[in-house]
Design a protein around this ligand. Structure first.
Ligand code: XUL
Ligand code: CO
Length: 437
């Protein structure tokens, strides 16, 4: 059975074919590396294969060949479709939660055996196609037992179940050679402090992560552990609010050297940050590990998980990625879903093409920005007062409040220059324009 209409190829920026790349040309070199190397794209199993477009007001709309099949048969068919999808698009990686790939059963034992069955099929497919696992994770949020939290549940039995499920998800991620393993604390947060012991919950969350680190070392899993921040949804207060609060948490519990951050664009938006802020903050702290590359909607206050088509943000994301020199254990995972009315199989293909093209175009913009050096030069000159005189002494930490008071008392005026924000933003537009030519 063939699931998707055609193999997607690069036709150049003049093409009007929705099933062709206009910017993503995998073998094209950008700043010494191919686009394919800069952009380790990953298919999210859950949004691409498992989700059907259900929302709080209506059932699934997606027209999928596995609709109505027995759950295990549907899971097997999804494997076929997923690998054909990656092949046709030229996507090298995929990501999954344990429960996206195989159905959850009544007992953990049965769920584990369902998972083993599908993972064996995935392993065969990986061998045959050379596709790789970017990361695996455990779904610690859909099962009703997690209604009060998983590792932060007030119920010790639930804590145990969360640990058991994580152990198994780590085993299969290790078996499939995952580059990383993600912890997104979907239910790790709270609604009201009137029924919550926040200290106990945070201590338990840290203990859970510590045991995962120990188990990782025990089984010899070489992948990176990633924390994915999100400020709210499903709970009102999520413990992994944003990059800064995750870092603070990891440092408090001495876990930081075992983790990096998986930054998700829409989660940054929900935290009231730009994604540029979040990745820059992770990068300057040597903690930027990977990226979930969906975008939100400026008018909606929830996680809409849309495919990235905003070239302005894509350019800034790629600017940070190039400054980091690329990813080592990370990639660009399309944690994005088609809109509910985009219900056909071909919509999946067209949406990934739109997202991949936007990021490839952003990469071209970023390489021109870096080569030109305009923004770096501007920032260097803005801070140049720290290069000589009193500034040099401050930079080399040779001052005190007393010596600075002595200096400040002699100051007659301070020389300022314009911040030129509007000029800089217009310049970014020019780089975007240059990259289209
Ligand atoms: C939810 C979300 C998750 C994580 C993995 O908002 O982003 O899909 O990426 O659990
Ligand atoms: Co995500």
């Amino acid at each position: 059975m063939e699931f998707f209409k055609q193999k997607v190829s690069y036709e150049g920026s003049e093409s009007r074919n929705p099933y062709a790349f206009k910017h993503y040309n995998p073998d094209q070199k950008v700043a010494g590396k191919t686009m394919r190397e800069w952009l380790p794209f990953s298919m999210s199993w859950w949004h691409t294969l498992s989700s059907g477009g259900r929302d709080p007001f209506g059932v699934e709309t997606a027209d999928r060949p596995w609709n109505g099949l027995d759950a295990m048969k549907a899971s097997e068919m999804r494997v076929e479709a997923g690998f054909e999808f990656m092949e046709k698009l030229g996507v090298d990686y995929f990501c999954f939660h344990d429960r996206d790939v195989a159905p959850e059963a009544k007992t953990l034992k049965e769920s584990n055996s369902n998972l083993d069955h599908i993972v064996d099929i995935i392993a065969e497919k990986m061998k045959a196609t050379n596709k790789k696992l970017l990361w695996g994770t455990a779904c610690l949020f859909t099962n009703p037992i997690y209604m009060h939290g998983a590792s932060t549940s007030p119920y010790a039995d639930v804590f145990a179940m969360a640990c058991a499920q994580t152990k198994k998800a780590l085993d299969v991620t290790h078996k499939l050679g995952g580059l990383s393993y993600v912890f997104w604390g979907g239910r790790e947060g709270y609604e009201t402090l009137l029924n919550t012991n926040m200290k106990k919950e945070q201590d338990n969350l840290a203990y859970f992560l510590k045991m995962a680190v120990e188990y990782k070392e025990k089984i010899g899993f070489k992948g990176k552990f990633l924390i994915e921040p999100k400020p709210k949804e499903p709970t009102k207060h999520q413990y992994d609010f944003d990059v800064a609060s995750c870092l603070e948490f990891l440092r408090k519990y001495n876990l930081e050297k075992h983790f990096a951050i998986n930054v998700e664009v829409n989660h940054a938006t929900l935290a009231g940050h730009t994604v540029h802020h979040e990745i820059n903050f992770a990068r300057i702290n040597d903690m930027w590990g990977s990226m979930d590359i969906n975008f939100g909607d400026a008018l909606l206050g929830w996680d809409t998980d849309q495919f990235p088509t905003n070239i302005y943000d894509a350019s800034l994301i790629m600017y940070e990625l190039m400054k980091q020199g690329g990813f080592t254990n990370g990639g660009l995972n399309f944690d994005a879903k088609v809109r509910r009315p985009s219900f056909t199989m071909d919509d999946l293909l067209a949406s990934y093409i739109a997202g991949m093209d936007t990021l490839a175009w952003g990469l071209k913009v970023a390489s021109i920005m870096i080569e030109d050096g305009y923004f770096d030069k501007n920032i260097d000159s803005r801070y140049s007062s720290y290069n000589s005189g009193i500034g040099a002494k401050i930079s080399s930490k040779q001052v005190s409040l007393e010596s600075l008071e002595e200096y400040a008392l002699t100051l007659e005026s301070i020389k300022f220059e314009s911040g030129r924000q509007e000029v800089l933003e217009a310049e970014l537009n020019q780089f975007i324009w240059k990259a289209t030519k």
